[in-house]
Design a protein around this ligand. Sequence first.
Ligand code: ADP
Length: 461
Amino acid sequence: MKISLRMRLTASYVLVTIVCVFLISILMNALLEKQFRLYTIHNQELSNQEMLNLIKNQYNNGSWNHDVIENIGIGYLERGMIIKVSDVHNRIIWDAAVHNNGLCKQMLDDMSKNMNKYYPNWSGKYKTKSYPVYHDESKIGTVIVGYYGPFYYNNTDIGFIYTLKNRILIFAFIFSLFFAQIMGIFMAQILSRPIARVVRAAESISKGYFKNRVDEKSNTKEIYILISTINNMAKTLESHKVLKERMSDDIAHELRTPLATLQSHMEAMIDGIWEPDKKRLQSYYEEIIRITSLVNQLGMLGKYQNSKLNRIKYDLCEQIKNVIFNFQAEFKNKEVRIKFHGNKCYISAEKDKISQVIVNLMSNALKYTPKGGIVIINLKGTSNTAEISVKDTGIGISDDDIPFIFDRFYRADKSRNRLTGGNGIGLAITKTIVELHGGKIIVKSRVNEGSEFVVSLPINI
Ligand code: ADP
C-alpha cells in the first residue's frame, strides 16, 4: 500500500509530538517534584523561623506571656505544626500534645493518609526539630517543633502539582497534536503540490507531449532540482522530436526530387518516348550514385551523433600528410596547388573520425576552388590544443550563408552544388565529429577571395 506524503508527514509530526510530550512529562515529573520538595522544605523552615520570632517576642523582663504563646501554638497547630515551648530551666510553657493530644494525632494521621494517597511508597514520619531561643545573647528557652517530614504537601500543594503535571500536560498534548496535524497538512501541501504538478507534467511528457513544462516555483532545493530536471528533459525530448521530424522532412525533400525525375525519365523510356541511350543511362547512373552517397552520408551522420569515441594517441601531422598524399592526384587533375605547414603534434582522438574531418574540409576546399587556386593546410599545436586550418582561394561563402553552412542539407548555392555533387551533409558531419571530441570549428570567408576553416581539438593526452 502506498502512503501519501500528507499522511506520512502528519503521522511523523504526530509521532514527534507524542514522543516530545512523553519526554517532557518524564522530565517534568522528575524535576518538578524535586524542586517542589525543596521549596516545601524551605518553606517549612521559614515558617519555623517566623514562629520562633513570634514566640521570642513574648519574653519580657524575665517572664513569658503564656496566653499569647498558647494562641500562637494553636494557630500553628492548625497549620500542621506541633509546638512545645519550654523555659531555660526546661519547664514547659506550652505543649500542643498536652493542649490537644487527640487533635495532634488526628492531624498526623490525616497527613500520612494524604501523602500516601498520592505517593503510595511514601515513607514519611513524625519529626521534631529543636530551636534554642535567645534574648540579648543569653538563652531564655527552647522551642521544639514537631511536623510531618521530611516534608508534607497540603491539599493546596497537591492541587497545584496535579494541575501542573496533568492538566497542563494534557492541554499541551492536545494542543500539540492539533498543531502537528495542521503543520503536517500544511507542509504536505507545500511539498506535494509541486511534486503533484511534476508528476502530471512527467505523465504528459511520457505520452509524447514534450511541449509541456512545470511552471511551479519551489524554494525546496530538491523539488527545484526535480522541476528543472523534468523541464530540461522535456526540452531535450522536444528538440530531439523536432530534429527527428526535420530530418525526416529534409531526407524526404532531398530524395523526392531526384527520385521523381528518375521515375518520370524511366517511364518515358518504358513508354518508348525516349530512347534508352548510353548518355541518358549514364546520367541516371550518376544520379543513383549521388543518392546512394547521400544515404551513406546520412547513415554516417546518424552514427556519429550517437557514438562514443575510441580514442588513441597518434601524430596528427602524420595523418594530415597521408590524407594530402591520397588527394594529390585529384588536386593535380584540377590544377589546384596544395601546401602544408606543420610539425609533429600528438593528440588523443579517434583516428578515423578525425581523418573524415580532414577529408571533408580538403574535398570542400578542392571542390570550391577553381583551377589555378591554392589550398594551404596549417597545423599548430599548443600545450592543450591542436589547431588545423584549411585555407583556400576559392569562391568563398557569403555572410548570409555562413551561419547555416554547418546545418544538414544546407548548400550555399543549390544549383551549382548539384553540379559539384554536394549534398550539404559534409560540414554537418565534420562539426558533429569535432564537437564529439570536445573541439570547435569556425569559418572565415569572403566571396570570391576564399575561405578558411579552423578546427581546434583538445589534445587530451
Ligand atoms: P557539400 O557536400 O554541399 O559541399 P558541405 O556540408 O560540405 O556540403 O558544405 C555545405 C555548404 O558550404 C556547401 O554547399 C558550400 O556552399 C559551402 N562550402 C563548404 N566549404 C566551402 C568552401 N571551402 N568554399 C566555399 N563554400 C564552401
